[in-house]
Design a protein around this ligand. Structure first.
Ligand code: ISL
Length: 722
């Protein structure tokens, strides 16, 4: 039990405490070494509170203690999870080279996120739709995708592009019909791909029938489905809202609903009403929705902001200092709420797990073998996959949510990888890939094969990572392709489950939007309006919105050159601002050097070589800020792989000598040299201990093998990690 007498090191030993402290340090751009300093580590919390009072005010420490107390068995639970086994080989190779057929198929799968509105439009109305996606399934199958994830397609007034659901059992009219969806599901399964949907159940649209019923009769059965709070006597909405929580899209998280004479909580847009998960009826409804879709053949869900569902009862005010630090007052009361674990475990059982008397689903994916050929339909999965979208959770919380032994979520997203220390999405800065390396090395050291890391850089809520890395140089076609391949190499060969976002496979970058009229997203528009209200000029306000605008990733997919990019025969709902050559699917498909070919070939290699998914992992030269290299070792040691990338746009020297390895993949190609070209990447098969030298292996630099420290054996190779 942590209290004011506890020492900082005791807080740091608690999984939630550790993540909280790490988060604060990251936000402040400070090193974690600070906490390990014995003087600091031994400070009592009460002392910290006194020392920090001028900066943090009152209540900071007690807020922290409360959150830790919610998860006081957290440390013990993590012990049960066990010390991470450091990504040692995870079991024996599957018999016969069959992959993705087991209960945990998703551990080795490649996921691909489709943003349906912007993928492909079949009927010329300018909005992407389900038939459009079906017409492009060959592209995904060719790429080697194992599971397609569709962003929301349920009926919605689209205040937040489908993340405001009006009916969980109907398809949004502009995207098609249930029959179209059935066809799309069958089309995926037929090609050996699974398909998951987006489950947005932290909130519903204000137009959902539950909310309408709640407003009509706040004291009736649906009143308790939401967080509806009566105002003071005579309240007309002008009084202060029930607490100081703010919405992620600006302003208070409360709006007055005059018909109900209640305040209603909305952590996102005013039309996205937070559900009250404390109500068992709400939880049962959600489980039923999941079961209904599982019956139709849906293989699982990505669960939107699922870590926000459990709010502290009484909905108390958020601590101001935490609010300032994190940008969202109130967040400590719901981002890892008191009943989160219980609700997830319950949903897994009641919604996602098959019962013995369940009828078989409408269809299941065909088995796909290591060489890409297809077998018959697989038996139904015991449980649908649960991919948690979990903004704000750190590594320890990720383990508590996703470790195999916990039976909560299967995979979680950790967003800390997306922005460098002290940076947030809205900042205009160049992302340093050395941070990405450090992030993953830390993550991998603290997790094991029972934990699950979703490897991702792009999604519909973020600007493109490629543009963050390259800045304005993302218009240079060579650098753009080279850096795209670096990202692909890291994402597809580190331990973890890659989630690609549409367009990544062709090196998609940010758009050059020039006016607020180019932006469609509610978040960007609100932010722009708020900045203008503070007195900023329109140009300055726009400049402060563009770096983080979610619109960059939401423009139509570039299938072919031309104004409408092969996305639609009509006028696209959102226009991209790009006319570069060479960065469309059509131009890249048959080009052996294209980003698309690189992705396709690397995914195929990944499927054929279990070492690249299940193999042990060992980092080389972990402290280098320019070089990222690692080894993957197969179970039984049949093949050892060396993967290396140059994280910079400069030529760099290898940290040690030239290893003996046969390059299977390389950009640029050719033999390994003593230097790595800008954004060079390699996937090579090691040839340990055969005594060949680098020059014999074709080193064109003519470097003296002895002085360049040629690596000729596995054991010397290991020396790299020292
Ligand atoms: O973009 C953000 C707000 O500043 C992120 O914090 C984002 O809102 C968060 O990751 C949750 O995202 C998900 O839920 C939102 C929706 O707008 C996003 O598109 C969705 O991915 C509300 O449903």
């Amino acid at each position: 039990m942590v209290d004011a007498r506890s020492r900082l090191k005791e807080v740091y030993a608690h999984p939630v405490g550790r993540d909280a402290i790490d988060k604060v340090l990251l936000q402040l751009g400070r090193s974690r070494g600070w906490v390990r300093n014995p003087v600091v580590a031994n400070l009592r919390l009460g002392t910290v509170a006194r020392l920090a009072r001028p900066v943090l005010g009152d209540g900071f420490v007690s807020s922290l203690v409360t959150v830790l107390a919610d998860h006081d068995d957290g440390a013990a639970r993590l012990d049960q999870v066990g010390a991470p086994a450091q990504h040692a080989p995870d079991g024996a190779a599957a018999p016969g080279g069959v992959v993705l057929a087991g209960a945990e198929w998703w551990r080795e799968a490649v996921f691909y996120q489709v943003y349906p509105r912007s993928f492909a439009d079949s009927d010329g109305d300018g909005i992407g739709d389900l038939r459009g996606i079906t017409s492009r399934l060959e592209h995904l199958a060719d790429l080697g995708v194992d599971c397609v994830w569709l962003s929301p397609i349920f009926d919605s007034p689209n205040e937040d592009m489908g993340y405001d659901v009006r009916d969980y059992r109907a398809v949004m009219a502009e995207m098609g019909t249930l029959a179209d969806l059935d066809e799309l599901v069958a089309g995926c399964h037929e090609r050996g791909m699974r398909i998951i949907l987006d489950l947005v159940v932290n909130h519903t649209s204000a137009e959902h029938e539950w909310f309408r019923a709640a407003v009509a009769d706040p004291d009736g059965p649906y009143g308790d489905y939401y967080h509806l709070v009566p105002g003071a006597p005579g309240e007309d909405g002008s009084g202060p809202p029930p607490n100081n929580w703010t919405s992620f899209f600006g302003g208070s998280a409360w709006r007055w609903v005059p018909e109900a004479r209640r305040w209603a909580l909305h952590l996102f847009a005013p039309g996205q009403m937070d559900l009250n998960w404390e109500n068992p009826q709400v939880r049962a409804e959600v489980a039923e929705i999941v079961r209904w879709w599982r019956g139709r053949g849906i293989d699982g869900f990505r669960l939107d902001v699922i870590n926000y569902i459990s709010k502290r009862s009484g909905l108390p005010d958020g601590n101001e200092a935490i609010g300032r630090l994190m940008g969202f007052p109130g967040i400590e009361h719901y981002f890892f709420g008191p009943h989160l674990h219980a609700y997830l475990a319950e949903l897994r059982q009641a919604g996602f797990t098959r019962r013995s008397d369940d009828p078989p689903p409408a269809s299941t994916a065909r088995e796909r073998f290591a060489d890409g050929t297809l077998g018959g339909p697989l038996p139904p999965d015991e449980a649908g996959v649960m991919v948690g979208e979990t903004p704000g959770v750190g590594v320890e919380m990720s383990r508590l949510l996703s470790n195999r032994s916990r039976a909560e979520l299967d995979l979680v997203f950790n967003f800390d990888v997306l922005d460098g220390p002290g940076k947030v999405r809205w900042d205009d800065y160049r992302y340093d890939l050395a941070y990405l390396k450090g992030f993953y090395l830390d993550y991998l050291a603290r997790t094991g094969p029972g934990d699950a890391i979703a490897l991702f850089y792009d999604n519909h809520d973020n600007p493109r990572m490629l543009s963050k890395v390259l800045g304005a140089k993302d218009r240079d076609p060579e650098l753009r392709a080279a850096a795209a391949k670096v990202l692909a190499t890291i994402q597809l060969t580190l331990p973890g489950t890659p989630f690609l976002f549409q367009g990544q496979e062709i090196g998609a970058v940010n758009q050059e939007f020039t006016s607020v009229g180019d932006l469609q997203d509610v978040e960007s528009r609100n932010r722009y309006a708020e900045l203008c209200e503070t007195g900023l000029s329109e140009a300055v306000a726009l400049a402060q919105v563009l770096p983080g605008a979610r619109d960059h990733a939401r423009v139509p997919m570039r299938w072919e050159p031309g104004l409408t990019t092969g996305f639609t025969a009509g006028t696209p709902w959102q226009t991209g601002r790009e006319d570069s050559r060479g960065f469309t699917v059509a131009e890249q498909t048959d080009d052996p050097d294209s980003v698309l070919t690189y992705y396709r070939d690397l995914i195929a290699l990944r499927r054929a070589e279990p070492a690249l998914t299940r193999g042990a992992f060992r980092a080389l030269a972990p402290r280098s800020r320019t070089y990222f290299g690692w080894l993957r070792t197969a179970v039984g040691g049949s093949a050892d792989w060396l993967i290396e990338v140059n994280l910079t746009s400069r030529t760099i020297r290898r940290p040690r000598g030239v290893p003996e390895a046969e390059t299977v993949f390389g950009s640029p190609g050719g033999p390994l040299r003593a230097t790595l070209a800008p954004y060079e990447c390699r996937v090579a098969r090691l040839t340990p201990g055969n005594g060949r030298t680098a020059s014999a292996a074709g080193d064109s630099t003519g470097a003296d093998p002895a002085s360049s420290g040629v690596i000729t054996s596995w054991s010397k190779m290991e020396g790299w990690s020292a």
